[in-house]
Design a protein around this ligand. Structure first.
Ligand code: NAD
Ligand code: DAU
Length: 339
């Protein structure tokens, strides 16, 4: 198979590129990434010399770049990760989320139609379902849960999902969609909860918990997500949506306390700060469909995954120190300076 992977220099896309070249070295992987603040060539350094890997820097919303690439590569499949992905940034600046997440997805699908791609996989998120109440642990997101978004980020992802499914119904483009819960693991940009807490704790600086810290997220180790996408790509049915998650719910405070404890730091570092506007209370995925129809099950429990993740950040200080010493400083000051 020849696969165009968009957003492969980011967190999940980067892990997916590594996973695919190791599990299916016969497949050709062409990574299309604009290298925004979230893209990092160092994430791709371990595969840069692989004979079946090519990197192309371009904006997915730019037809003049995307169509010639599809014409040249004639891909069998597109796995579409590229997105603006951070909720807090979407609250500050929604416009770029519409351009990349909606227009960019449309451009990729137009190219996929023209060049007769056999599968377009849209990597989506459980955030399109909105949130669940904290006092109803019996409720979960299924594929039938109505879309009900809270942030400009989740609204842009929901728009992209609906656009993708419309290309299946209207034009017959073989689209699949996966909606996954919160990922964690190596190469996670330090603006997100887990890597932010690890990298702050390692520098003995405050750990900013929004609101009361009671919001719940359903954590999945990134490689389990990559395995799920690989299953869907090879055995999933066009037109179908698959929820991906592993029943690993934790409050934010539980996650932060686990990190503090594993690193042997003081809980005094935990600081409660002003809440995120529109903050979703609880996410929880029901993965029955992907489990029963495709035989996918998560393999890494949270206790094991968080240890692997902390170990990776301890062993790869260069990767994250270069980020936090760059433009991230201004971002951090703006978001947390007066919070
Ligand atoms: P990320 O922010 O780490 O990486 C995004 C990548 O996309 C970067 O490499 C960036 O350079 C690239 N990109 C951004 N705009 C682009 C553009 N216009 N053209 C080309 N490339 C562009 O994101 P992530 O956390 O790895 O998320 C990847 C995908 O998975 C997203 O679609 C996200 O919605 C989805 N998702 C994420 C999670 C999670 O927990 N992180 C969970 C479920 C789904
Ligand atoms: O559920 C999947 C989604 O998970 C993905 O679609 C998004 O791309 C990804 O960013 C993630 O969204 P969240 O908003 O859940 O992740 P984030 O790491 O930003 O925040 C996780 C929780 O931690 C959330 O309740 C907000 C809280 N938080 C976050 C940060 C950055 C804090 O308390 N303090 C922080 O500094």
């Amino acid at each position: 198979m020849k696969i165009i992977v968009t957003g492969g220099a980011g967190f999940i896309g980067g892990n997916f590129v590594h996973y695919m070249l190791s599990e299916h070295p016969e497949d050709r992987i062409v990574c299309l990434d604009q290298l925004t603040y979230a893209g990092n060539m160092e994430t791709l350094a371990p595969v840069a010399d692989h004979p079946n890997f090519r990197f192309v820097r371009a904006d997915i919303a730019d037809r003049e770049s995307v169509f010639p690439l599809f014409e040249q590569e004639q891909p069998d499949a597109v796995v579409h990760f590229a997105a603006e992905s951070h909720v807090d940034r979407s609250i500050e600046n929604p416009g770029i989320f519409l351009k990349t997440n909606v227009i960019g997805t449309g451009v990729l699908m137009d190219a996929s139609l023209q060049f007769k791609v056999k599968r377009f996989h849209q990597v989506s998120t459980d955030e399109v379902y909105g949130d669940l109440p904290l006092d109803r642990p019996d409720l979960f997101f299924t594929e039938q849960t109505p879309l009900h978004t809270s942030s400009p980020y989740s609204a842009s992802k929901a728009a992209a999902d609906l656009l993708a499914l419309s290309y299946f119904r209207t034009y017959g483009l073989p689209v699949t969609v996966s909606r996954c819960s919160n990922n964690y693991g190596p190469y996670h940009f330090p603006e997100k909860l887990i890597p932010l807490m690890i990298t702050n704790a390692l520098r003995d600086i405050p750990l900013p918990v929004y609101g009361t810290g009671e919001n719940v997220r359903d954590w999945l180790y990134v490689i389990d997500h990559c395995r799920a996408i690989d299953r869907i790509l090879r055995a999933g049915s066009p037109g179908e949506v698959y929820n991906v998650g592993g029943h690993n719910e934790r409050t934010n405070l539980q996650v932060v306390r686990t990190i503090v404890e594993r690193l042997g730091k003081s809980t005094d570092l935990i600081t409660f700060v002003t809440d995120r506007p529109g903050h979703d209370r609880r996410y929880a995925i029901d993965p029955t469909k992907i489990s029963e129809s495709l035989g996918w099950e998560p393999t890494t429990r949270f206790e094991q995954g968080i240890d692997l993740t902390i170990q990776w950040y301890l062993e790869n200080r260069n990767w994250w120190e270069r980020i936090i010493n760059g433009e991230y400083r201004e971002y951090y000051e703006k978001m947390y300076g007066k919070r």
